[in-house]
Design a protein around this ligand. Sequence first.
Ligand code: S3P
Length: 429
Amino acid sequence: MDLTRSPITSVQGRITLPPDKSIAHRSAMFASLADGVSIIRNYSPAADPQTTLACFRQLGVRIEQDGSTVTVHGVGRDGLRASEAPVDCGNSGTTMRLLAGILAGAGIPAVLVGDDSLSARPMRRILEPLARMGARIEARNGNLAPLEFHPGLPLQPMRYEPPMASAQVKSCVLLAGLFGTEPTQVVERIPSRDHTERLLGLPVERRADGSSLITSHRGIAIPPQNYAVPGDFSAAAFWLVAGSIYPDADLLLENTGINPTRTAALDVLRRMGAHITLAEAPGAVAEPVGHIRVRTAPLKATTFTPFDIANAIDELPILSVACCFAEGTSEIRGAEELRHKETDRIMAMATLLQAAGARVEELPDGLRIHGDPQFRPAAAIFETWHDHRIAMAAGILAGRATQPSTIRHAECTAISYPGFWEDLAAVSA
Ligand code: S3P
């Protein structure tokens, strides 16, 4: 579905964000592995977290959903059942990579498949450590889905340092390690999102050199829990940028997850001069929650640090939109991981911003953006490559144009944020 958007004068009001996608995936997975019944409140209706529920149902877990409340009848760490039919991870890299760790650790035969986008994303990054632990997994060209899991001997423990900052790789190895009697450890130099550690209560040792050592093993209990999923900070980021670059904007984002390994976009925007206030709210999971308010502010350019890149990895597309409206030249470097997301997001954002008339250079590992506080995007037909975050970035950008623009395949926002276009209409003045 292509969507035509008219220019928007301002954005004002209160937004109820979609539930956090990363926390939703993990709560469903860990509740499935627990012995007993878990309740997950505010579970995400978005396509990716629904995919995780479908996968675990297929592996023998009874899961009921009543509105946004999900009841998971956990089967225990050794209770998953093999599936004859391929297990479809859809568009969701988190589902495929985390489930791979669980299947390998549990020794469950299965075939994981995905859609065209997921089938083109690199899996060697998880296959290599799992193979070192002794897992037998076949993949197309040794790197791509379908992934075929053959049960074998119990996995060997391992100490692993992933070559890239990736919560999915870290979580995959730690989840495989949960099935071993001896500890498996992951060394992390630049922190990536730590939801797996928090929700499973894994021991984390902060070392003198600044790195962390995270441990998992069979002795770590996975109790049934009551989870409450906070609003998705990655969804909030679209509004933080809209609230900064639209005139007379004032947006309130209540009950947003503000885990510090996720909120680098907030720091980046504040550094750029954004007018953002944050009030902590009571959280109901092992995750901090807050109310965020953003109002219009003049922005100045910034340079992204390696910490920003790892912790704002999903927010870089919309932050690149903010940079177009900032005084001076911003650089996003060291972000080659963006080329391996739902689409090549460096190429996608360079194309999108250039189509809008912004002065943007595509670099091998990022973008150089020559901003202008007076920038008004040209009306255009914006390609999205069916990538939800590119489509939402296009939507925020298109509203600042002077003429109507078209956003291609706008329905793909349902992967993480099914109500995005309705929310945009509701806050548009
Ligand atoms: C995620 C980790 C990140 C992120 C993705 C969700 C997670 O991927 O981009 O949207 O929930 O663990 P990488 O681990 O590939 O960086």
